[in-house]
Write a protein that binds this ligand. Structure first.
Ligand code: NAP
Length: 887
């Protein structure tokens, strides 16, 4: 039952003397607000929706400029909560116009009888949390105040237009319009001289339409944006067929996808494709006319790697040059200041071709900034333009603007949201804010929102909020508030996610850069729609992790903590592994486990091209051993790194860490020789250790033949390979050489003790388990031998060893023995650097191009190796002749 009476009906709540008492107040009657109202009602809550506009529609109510359309295919940009609604409405176009979308939202409002609880023409003027009664008290500029238990902002991300920030706008005697507040009656532009300032999505949609009508159009562009042809028309038959063929599956795929549109996850990387194959993919995407498609379906590295991205950006710039006839205009229209997709790309109809019209002029504000607006027009540093109309397509104070600028929100203990967010928005899940009980945001900063199909994200946010409110009520709680710990954890996770994509490399409204003085930082959640959904579900499954719940007749509940402590891509990888439900490696037998790893490795992204990869044979401790040599593309000779692969002395071979060796070869500009040392159980201790030492000596002796710099070599290894590298350094010191300039130990095995905290905390769930390590040890080394420094180097003498770089990962059973080794080396006077990788697991750094957040760590490792070799830490980019496959 609703907890309170609705004191006055929304439609007749005109008197400001009364207070309308409801369970929930919602602000904003766009996509989010309408669905919220529907869901709240269905869940038995009394609710009122406050809307400043005269009707439903939200962004689609205000943005009526010529050419306004959605830029996600309309069949995807629709509600999916009610299959009957889905079949009751047919979209006429692939990208519906603003009037059609507005009609749709009106249709939805009528179908669910929503208008009776909406107070139109009503602006909220303040919202204050009243701790005594545990309610939000809302003041409005029209009619009754509202007292509500839950206050839900469905105010949208792009609803507070940004002021023009140009001197003299008030002096202009002609007409002024904002795309985001376009007059309902339309604007007659025929025969007029029109200026458009701004070339974001709004400007790019409006400019071709205005050009057709106006006598003269002058476009003032500060930063060019990437735009792609929409190829609008009827909804494409293949997409429509996929939707209508299995509506539930189609929608479910969208919900689990990264962007909220059901395209598969692309796995092919750019360097696996030839130029011709890349061009073919690009042309298909250009012809498809679909932003999400081109952003996600070309090659897997386009959104996460500057090199993979530059290939797409170059191809788009080539298209622009092909369409725009004047080369200077084409150059001015070509973006170079941001990676493709890092700033919101646009979908257009004839945008670039519009600049071939005789009545259209582009003014490049980077060359001649606007000095002022005067009575008759716009003056730049070099010219004056007399115009009759100025259209500002200058964008929005995005994501936080609608929350902060619209009205003061005061939370617990009189805290003002504007103060709490002074240095940027802080939220938990983008849905709630610590210090603001029972305040919720739909598509708030910290949620996937604008980086996704809004329709899908809105439904997920609304469902989550209403489901939790219902659960709260059923349990007898009346308030719900995020904890500071949970919120700080979310900020950390957001920052980790931001490292995954290229959004951080562009100055955009995503980062607050478009508003002078606004705090900077990537505001939307970049970790993807599907992962975000699973995190929200995990919060619930973990007993409302990170929320404090209170109620008058029930004990307070607070399961405090951070919902994601793993790096986002590590979380994905571990999630995929868990889904595969694999038997433990140690139950497969040595050969079975080797076969499994070989198969498993086939599915990983191919390593990046280097100058040359060759195979050879060297002399180990007891006969020949295979090796694989990775040579940089730059002219040699190069320092040599002797590399030992991971695999618990049992698994792997000289090519099993191929992506890591390639990556490190490129980053260090050094030769990597990966050694195929002998494995247990066929060759038990000390075979691997002795092979490691013998191989290093052989490689040092043959450095010149291998193309290496004469003099000391370096050693490196991961896991059991890190163990062999560490042991090799001790043996080389004790046996009179070879000289080793430095050691890189990545998650090394250093000791035979299994009682350190990391062995217990990370015993299961992180791929390398305590059980697996027991098995490896049993196969390699009998208990009697385990304290020998050739397998437990931590127990050896450590003074006089080469400088070391030791990498350990937070969620690795081997973490603490790696740290112990680094600390013991330092205590023995060996120069040591440590990388304690937060949120990473044992394989984070070797899963190159799968765990993208491993890149900064590998950069540090490469810099260390270069320093050990006496080189400047950074490699000058000098890609020379690469392997044929990559070119
Ligand atoms: P926007 O992308 O922020 O673009 C604003 C434009 O105005 C930019 O070119 C900006 O240049 C320029 N500008 C701002 N202040 C200026 C100044 N003082 N002097 C000169 N130029 C100035 O805004 P938007 O075009 O309204 O689009 C915002 C977002 O709304 C889009 O990214 C999209 O997500 C959404 N949208 C979607 C659709 C759709 O098709 N569904 C349509 C419109 C909008 P700088 O880049 O140099 O700052």
């Amino acid at each position: 039952m609703p907890e309170a009476m609705v004191a006055s009906r929304a439609s007749d709540s005109a008197s400001s003397a009364t207070t309308q008492t409801v369970d929930a107040a919602v602000v904003g009657a766009g996509f989010a607000g309408l669905y919220l109202l529907h869901r709240l009602r269905k869940a038995g809550f009394s609710a009122v929706l406050l809307e400043e506009a005269g009707d439903v529609g939200g962004t689609w109510y205000w943005n009526r400029y010529p050419g306004a359309r959605c830029d996600i295919q309309t069949i995807d940009y629709s509600y999916s909560f009610d299959p009957e609604l889905e079949t009751a409405w047919k979209w006429s176009e692939k990208y519906a116009t603003q009037p059609e979308i507005l009609r749709y939202l009106g249709f939805v409002a009528d179908r669910y009888d929503l208008r009776r609880d909406i107070r139109f023409g009503t602006k909220v003027t303040s919202a204050t949390w009243d701790q005594a009664v545990q309610r939000w008290q809302i003041e409005t500029d029209n009619g009754a105040k509202v007292s509500c238990r839950y206050y839900i902002m469905a105010t949208g991300c792009l609803s507070a237009p940004k002021p023009p920030e140009i001197d003299g706008v008030k002096d202009f005697k002609g007409e002024v319009y904002f795309t985001g507040r376009w007059p309902h009656e339309g604007v007659k532009l025929a025969g007029k001289r029109v200026a458009v300032i701004g070339t974001g999505s709004s400007g790019i949609q409006a400019i071709p339409m205005i050009a057709q009508e106006a006598a003269q159009l002058t476009v003032f562009q500060r930063t060019p944006n990437f735009a792609l042809p929409a190829h609008n028309g009827a909804p494409p038959a293949d997409r429509l067929g996929a939707l209508e063929g299995d509506r539930a599956a189609y929608r479910e795929q969208a919900r689990l996808s990264m962007a909220g549109v059901p395209w598969p996850q692309q796995t092919v990387v750019s360097w696996q494709l030839s130029d011709a194959e890349r061009r073919e993919r690009f042309e298909a995407a250009w012809a498809a006319g679909d932003l999400v498609y081109i952003l996600t379906q070309l090659w897997a590295d386009q959104g996460v790697d500057v090199d993979g991205n530059k290939i797409v950006a170059d191809l788009i710039r080539e298209k622009i040059r092909g369409i725009v006839k004047d080369p200077e205009t084409a150059a001015a229209l070509s973006p170079h200041d941001h990676p493709f997709g890092a700033k919101r790309p646009c979908l257009d109809t004839n945008y670039y071709a519009t600049y071939n019209r005789p009545n259209v002029t582009l003014v490049n504000l980077r060359q001649e900034p606007i000095r002022a607006i005067a009575a008759t027009g716009i003056t730049t540093d070099t010219r004056s333009f007399d115009v009759d109309v100025i259209v500002f397509a200058t964008g929005f104070d995005a994501m936080t603007g609608a929350m902060l600028a619209v009205h003061p929100i005061t939370g617990r203990d009189g805290k003002a949201l504007s103060d709490v967010w002074a240095n940027g928005p802080q939220t938990y899940l983008g849905l709630t804010i610590a210090g603001f009980p029972n305040l919720f945001m739909i598509t708030g900063p910290g949620s996937p929102s604008v980086l996704s199909n809004m329709a899908v994200s809105i439904e997920q946010h609304v469902d989550w909020v209403v489901d939790q409110l219902a659960a709260l009520r059923d349990a007898g709680f009346t308030t719900m508030e995020a904890t500071e710990t949970a919120q700080a954890g979310w900020a950390q996770h957001m920052a980790d996610c931001a490292m995954l994509t290229l959004h951080r490399l562009a100055n955009t409204w995503y980062t607050g850069a478009n508003v002078p003085g606004k705090a900077q930082g990537v505001m939307p959640y970049t970790g993807g729609v599907g992962p975000y959904r699973s995190i929200c579900d995990e919060v619930v499954a973990s007993g409302m992790l990170g929320f404090r719940l209170t109620g008058p007749n029930i004990a307070e509940q607070c399961n405090d903590g951070e919902v994601v402590r793993l790096q986002p891509d590590v979380r994905l990888v571990l999630g995929l592994l868990a889904q595969m439900n694999l038997p433990p490696l140690e139950t497969m037998g040595a050969q079975g486990a080797r076969d499994f790893i070989t198969e498993f490795n086939k599915g990983r992204p191919a390593g990046r091209p280097v100058g040359e990869v060759g195979d050879g044979v060297l002399l180990g401790a007891d006969g020949p051993l295979q090796y694989k040599l990775y040579r940089p593309a730059t002219p040699g000779p190069h320092p040599i790194v002797v590399y030992f692969h991971g695999g618990g002395w049992v698994l792997g071979d000289q090519q099993s860490d191929d992506p890591f060796c390639r990556d490190m070869c490129r980053r260090t500009d050094m030769i990597f020789v990966s050694v195929g040392y002998r494995h247990a159980p066929e060759h038990r201790f000390p075979a691997a250790a002795e092979d490691g030492y013998a191989a290093t000596r052989w490689i040092a002796d043959h450095a010149a033949e291998l193309g290496g710099t004469p003099g000391p070599v370096l050693v490196a290894g991961w896991s059991a390979g890190g163990n062999i590298a560490a042991v090799t350094c001790q043996l080389a010191r004790d046996r009179g050489g070879p000289e080793i300039a430095g050691q890189l130990l990545v998650c090394p095995v250093t000791d035979c003790s299994f009682d350190r905290a990391s062995y217990i905390d990370n015993a299961t769930n992180y791929f390398v388990t305590r059980g697996l390590m027991f098995w490896f040890w049993d196969l390699y080394c009998s208990p009697a031998d385990r304290t020998d420094p050739r397998v437990s180097p931590l127990r050896g003498k450590l003074a006089g060893l080469p400088p070391a770089f030791v990498t350990t990962c937070e969620f690795d059973p081997l973490r603490d023995e790696g740290i112990a080794y680094a600390e013991a080396l330092a205590a023995a006077g060996v120069p040591v650097e440590q990388l304690k990788a937060r949120g990473h697991f044992h394989s984070s750094f070797t899963m190159v191009d799968m765990v993208i957040t491993g890149v900064p760590g590998r950069i540090k490792m490469a810099e260390a190796l270069r320093r050990f070799a006496g080189l400047p830490p950074e490699v000058k980019p000098a890609p020379q002749k690469l392997e044929a496959a990559a070119s």
